[in-house]
Design a binder for this molecule. Structure first.
Ligand SMILES: Cc1ncc(COP(=O)(O)O)c(C=O)c1O
Length: 472
């Protein structure tokens, strides 16, 4: 079979399970982001840097669960520790030493955190970080950046990643765009969208309503838009501006935390926030997350701010966090992950350069995007100017050839320690090369059609809940 011919995947069992799941689960999945229609993947197992679906198709996993699995699937060091600890019971709604040690490790690895509280997901962590900021400052509004994703609570689903940039409104005056229905207008009015890397827009927002802004929440790189990086000095300027107006700076490190460096993006960029949120790489795939801050800011807890959760700090997640963070602290796992990323980037850039296409890498070697574009992006709106149609075709072609990046260019490739094993780097690069050739050939024949996987869709409603769904 020539490299450009597209092999096909076995899908029989998955189609059967998809039809069955549709009877019970909207979209046949537990998340909109995994609802890919007839192409929805039903997983069987994972080990190291590979996964197998229930039709026994094998893939080099370049999604790693959207980032949490930083060491590899089924890492015995973590699983054995969790197994050992969970035999003592998993849920008490009482506090275990596992939780205390997990939060101590967050404090130790970050170096700036004073206090931290566990949650079960990043969504809960950002929701609480925003609440703590409002409580500490006595102010209501939160500034967030277009193209940034902070989870699925109402205050986070504003100006996330629409496909059509026009929906974001005028570049000098972005509109608060609710992702989906059911988000009260009163909520979207408290969230002010800004544009990443655009200090003039941010300063204008502060000069207009700075006295009512509790915090700016920011993904240090646009981890949900290919990893678009901050221009040099942007974080420092934002740090200074928030201080000038008495607002807090929240680093949402759900994707960058314990991945860019032991101290996450705060260490990597050398900027210390007031609050931060961690999840994903903290637990190697177990549902461990937390929000954290300086002693001063976190002093609003426990008396002045509500936080709780039956599963917050449950032993399985806490033990996984202890094992994972100890490994990241005591071994060179992060160095290996960064080296694997650089090796794959080197191979991919050789492939693309040989074919004379313009491209840039975004993000960090441990979590990077490939953007087919002439000009390096600085904000989410730039994504629309890139050839993401070509990227998506390549990604889908890679699935058929045994490697699985997210079939949406906005999601970066995630590296894990286990990708250093066997020939996964070389295989991922050659699969990328064959898939790029196939996509370019299809385009030259005018046949670059993409299956509708429903990526980035879902309604976007300018401030307000929109008409009732039942109206249709
Ligand atoms: C930067 C960021 N914040 C928050 C979240 C939400 O985390 P979770 O999916 O654990 O609720 C995500 C998830 O991808 C994320 O990437």
């Amino acid at each position: 079979m020539s490299p450009s011919e597209s092999p096909s995947l076995r899908r029989k069992r998955q189609l059967e399970l998809y039809r069955r799941a549709l009877q019970t689960m909207p979209g046949g999945t537990d998340s909109n982001f995994r609802a890919w229609g007839d192409s929805t993947v039903y997983i069987d197992r994972g080990k190291g840097g590979r996964v197998w679906d229930i039709d026994d198709n094998e893939y080099i996993d370049l999604r790693m669960g959207y980032g949490p699995v930083i060491l590899g699937h089924g890492d015995d060091r973590v699983d054995d520790h969790v197994n050992f600890r969970m035999r003592r019971g998993v849920s008490f709604s009482l506090t275990s030493e596992d939780e205390v040690e997990a939060m101590e490790l967050v404090k130790e690895l970050t170096g700036w955190v004073g206090k931290a509280r566990m949650t079960v997901s990043g969504t809960e962590a950002t929701m609480h970080a925003m609440r703590v900021a409002r409580a500490y400052t006595g102010r209501t509004k939160i500034v967030k950046f277009e193209g940034q994703y902070h989870g699925v609570h109402d205050y986070a689903l504003i100006s996330v990643t629409p496909n059509d940039m026009a929906e974001l409104g005028d570049a000098d005056n972005p509109v608060a765009l609710a992702w989906g229905r059911g988000i009260p207008e009163a909520v979207s009015r408290t969230v002010i969208p800004a544009r990443f890397n655009e200090m003039a827009v941010l300063r204008r927002i502060f000069e207009r309503e700075g006295n009512d802004i509790a915090a700016v929440i920011v993904e240090p790189v646009l981890g949900n838009a290919q990893g678009i990086q901050p221009r040099p000095g942007f974080h420092e300027e934002m740090r200074a501006l928030t201080r000038e107006f008495g607002a807090l700076l929240i680093f949402d490190e759900v994707k960058t935390g314990f991945r860019f460096a032991r101290g996450g993006a705060a260490e990597y960029f050398g900027v210390t926030p007031d609050l931060a949120t961690y999840a994903k790489a903290m637990g190697n795939g177990y549902p461990a997350a937390c929000f954290a801050g300086t002693d001063e800011v976190m002093s609003v807890l426990p008396d002045k701010v509500s936080h709780g959760g039956t599963y917050a700090g449950n032993r399985v997640a806490a033990a996984a966090a202890v094992a994972t963070l100890r490994i990241l602290r005591d071994t060179d796992a992060l160095q290996t992950i960064h080296d694997v990323g650089r090796a794959i980037q080197a191979g991919v850039s050789e492939v693309i350069s040989e074919r004379g296409l313009p491209y840039v890498f975004t993000g960090h070697p441990s979590m990077f995007g490939i953007m087919f574009t002439e000009k390096a992006p600085t904000e989410y709106r730039d994504w629309a100017r890139s050839d993401h149609e070509l990227y998506d075709a390549v990604a889908i072609g890679m699935h058929a050839r045994g490697a699985m990046p997210e079939p949406d260019s906005r999601e970066p490739w995630f590296m894990c320690e286990a990708h250093a094993h066997e020939d996964m780097v070389a295989r991922a690069v050659s699969i990328f090369a064959d898939s790029l050739d196939a996509a370019l050939e299809a385009r030259s024949r005018g046949e670059l059609s993409l299956p509708d996987l429903g990526m980035g869709t879902g309604e976007h409603v300018a401030a307000g809940v929109g008409e009732a769904a039942t109206a249709e």
